[in-house]
Design a protein around this ligand. Structure first.
Ligand code: AP5
Ligand code: MG
Length: 220
């Protein structure tokens, strides 16, 4: 039987990480987040991490060669046999080609659904400025999604911090790169009739419901 692959798209701070974690838990599928994988390489100071660091800190897209390497490394794990949720991939036409090549080889026969979370720039900025994250990958928002204990992760109790690229100047750069590259990607999934578009300016819970409703419709 083919795998189920879900892809999340949206501007920085739109809720891709939040919603892919929710969907992954619900469907018992692992989340493959290129951003998280890159930050892990950066924190552990690997060769890849050192190269990627400059791009991450400045809000620029990391070169495709690096993305391919981290994905090859991630897919050596055996937990994606039934499928997975992609957060933040593909982000360019070249990466779309990489994905399509995978769908013709290792992921042949997979059912793919793409989810676009649409959020305006002002809301994105409010969300990113209030975001606090943990080493373990969990993300919170000071107002919209606060941790139970101020400054501490609900899951592991570690101290929450602000992401290095969550500064106003870098946010603008990330937004610019997003709008420069997203059009052909959405066009491809829309033409393939596997694109769900949700209004990301609602509550986390109602976006979750909207996504599930639309996935069920496509799966009918
Ligand atoms: P990545 O980590 O993917 O960052 P991003 O795309 O900028 O997105 P974010 O993680 O900032 O936001 P999100 O959409 O996940 O929102 P979240 O759920 O956290 O990538 C980082 C960098 O890595 C890139 O800039 C690039 O350098 C590199 N990179 C990654 N992938 C790459 C690739 N494929 N190719 C090349 N380079 C790549 O939510 C945000 C906040 O809002 C949180 O505080 C959350 O609690 C809150 N929130 C969420 N939903 C709601 C809601 N509905 N209402 C209110 N608050 C909400
Ligand atoms: Mg994220």
């Amino acid at each position: 039987m083919g795998k189920n692959i879900y892809l999340f798209f949206g501007p920085p701070g739109s809720g891709k990480g939040t919603q892919s974690d929710i969907l992954g838990k619900k469907l018992k599928l692992p989340v493959v987040s290129t951003g998280e994988l890159l930050r892990h390489e950066q924190e552990t100071k690997t060769k890849i991490g050192l190269i990627a660091s400059n791009y991450l800190t400045n809000g620029k897209l990391v070169p495709n060669k690096i993305i391919q390497k981290i994905l090859d490394k991630r897919f050596k794990k055996s937990d994606t046999k039934k499928g997975f949720v992609f957060d933040g991939f593909p982000r360019s036409e070249e990466q779309l080609d990489l994905l399509r090549a995978r769908l013709h080889k290792s992921e042949k026969g997979s059912k793919v659904i793409a989810i676009y979370i649409k959020v305006g720039d002002q809301e994105v900025k409010t969300r990113i400025i209030g975001r606090r994250v943990c080493d373990c990958g969990a993300a919170y928002h000071l107002k919209y999604n606060p941790p139970k204990k101020a400054g501490k992760c609900d899951l592991c109790g570690k101290k929450l911090v602000q992401r290095e690229d969550d500064k106003p100047k870098i946010i603008s750069c990330r937004l610019k790169h997003f709008y420069k590259t997203i059009k052909p990607i959405l066009h491809y999934f829309n033409q393939s009739h596997i694109l769900i578009e949700v209004n990301g300016e609602k509550s986390i819970k109602s976006i979750e419901k909207e996504i599930i409703k639309n996935i069920n419709k496509l799966n009918k």
